[in-house]
Design a protein around this ligand. Structure first.
Ligand SMILES: [Zn+2]
Length: 174
């Protein structure tokens, strides 16, 4: 399983975007708890027939005396080598490359619902359901790591969905 903190992986081409994956573990699970969390995220990605994780990030929170919880997360993807060689593992579903191109339209953007699961806050694309983990920056603004606001005219954060290209608004988390 390839893992990258960036939005791409050097030498590879992303053929398919899948879902948000994550893994959590507590330091009480032993010295290798970080690896346990990463393994969980990898297993989740494997279950989706992904062979790589991008936007990979790790957060560690103290939860009580000398106990920490680690959370790792990222977006599962299916990649191949730039020269077209497969990486191995399962085959991707049919890929519609056009779906990844941002679409220009003047319609007001759709508004995603903020959802919560396992302590995560995330939004799902209103069109295809691809999930994105949300964070709040120092100014209290909602952000999604690796994404810039694509529409300065509309209030709030607008992003293009990685999978289907739909522009949608990420509401403030209140
Ligand atoms: Zn979408």
């Amino acid at each position: 399983m390839l893992i990258s903190a960036g939005e791409s992986i050097e030498g590879y081409r992303i053929l398919e975007y899948k879902e948000l994956v994550f893994g959590t573990a507590k330091s009480t699970e032993g010295e290798s708890y970080r690896q346990i969390a990463i393994k969980k995220a990898q297993q989740m990605a494997e279950f989706m027939d992904a062979n790589a994780i991008i936007n990979f990030s790790i957060e560690i929170y103290p939860i009580k005396d000398n106990v920490q919880e680690i959370t790792v997360y990222g977006n599962a993807v299916y990649v191949e080598h730039k020269d077209g060689r497969p990486v191995g593992g399962s085959k991707p579903n049919r890929v519609n490359l056009e779906a990844y191109m941002p679409k220009q339209n003047n319609e007001k953007s759709l508004i995603a619902k903020v959802q919560s699961s396992n302590g995560f806050r995330f939004v799902a694309c209103p069109k295809c359901g691809t999930k994105y983990k949300t964070d709040v920056d120092a100014n209290g603004e909602v952000r999604i790591r690796g994404f810039e606001d694509v529409d300065d005219d509309e209030p709030g954060l607008q992003i293009f969905c990685l999978r289907c290209g739909t522009k949608f608004t990420v509401p403030d988390e209140k």
